[in-house]
Design a protein around this ligand. Sequence first.
Ligand code: B1M
Length: 210
Amino acid sequence: MADLKTITETLIAGDDEALVRNVQEALDGGMKAGTILSDALIAGMDVVGSRMESGEMYIPEVLMSAMCMGAAVEVLKPFLSEGDTTSAGTVVIGTVKGDLHDIGKNLVVMMMQSAGFEVIDLGVDVEVETFLEAIREKKPNIVGISALLTTTMPMMKSTVDQISESGLRDGVKIMVGGAPVDQAFADAIGADAYAADAGSASKLAKAMLA
Ligand code: B1M
């Protein structure tokens, strides 16, 4: 059976076929999906990030690992369900304009879907107007905004500000997240909630609507 270290190494190597095989083997061998996700896959993406920063890995290689992560998450998906399938509410979510990172946001989507939310995923590089249209049309309970770059964090503030200026703020709770975001930033831009990871995002979403 593939162990956590092997899974991490296969992710970093960008070998999607081997990774999917290893993840499946680990699941078949009784390893918990959440453990594989946090201790092998997310841990592996952290290594990829450090190597990217130090110049040891180039963007195409990072992309290969990112695509591998997506393939592995697809294998894990059915096993990550919280088991509660009652409709918990509606969430509109997207990565802010100028930001193309979606792996973390997709995990949040997955965890929220697993927790029983209907999730409308607007994708990446989302214009403020697209958020506003989705709020008007879909009337979500929660708007989720993700950003992975310090340079796109100000766009989170613009998005929150324009939701307020459009008169839509009272009807929704706003949750923000992403690696450079923290509670202090969330408070400063007037968001209702900050979640550090996908698991806490879905728990917090449920708690906010309880
Ligand atoms: Co980029 N990148 N990247 N990148 N990238 C980072 C973020 C970086 C930290 C790497 C580094 O230098 N160490 C750095 C940002 C530095 C900074 O801003 N201070 C960086 C940079 C600089 C860049 C470019 C500018 C590089 C360049 O072109 N020179 C460029 C920008 C492109 C753009 O967006 N306009 C760029 C491009 C890319 C790729 C396209 C190659 C690829 C993205 C592929 C994709 O997403 N489809 C990529 C990747 C993969 C990364 C790293 C390596 C991994 C990100 C990731 O997926 N992590 C990243 C380094 C790192 O984070 N270790 C890096 C795994 C993921 C599960 O975690 O996204 O944090 P995360 O999500 C978590 C939580 O944050 C939270 O829950 C998730 C799950 O637990 N969360 C939320 C996220 N959103 C949430 C929303 C919520 C709640 C919680 O509520 C709504």
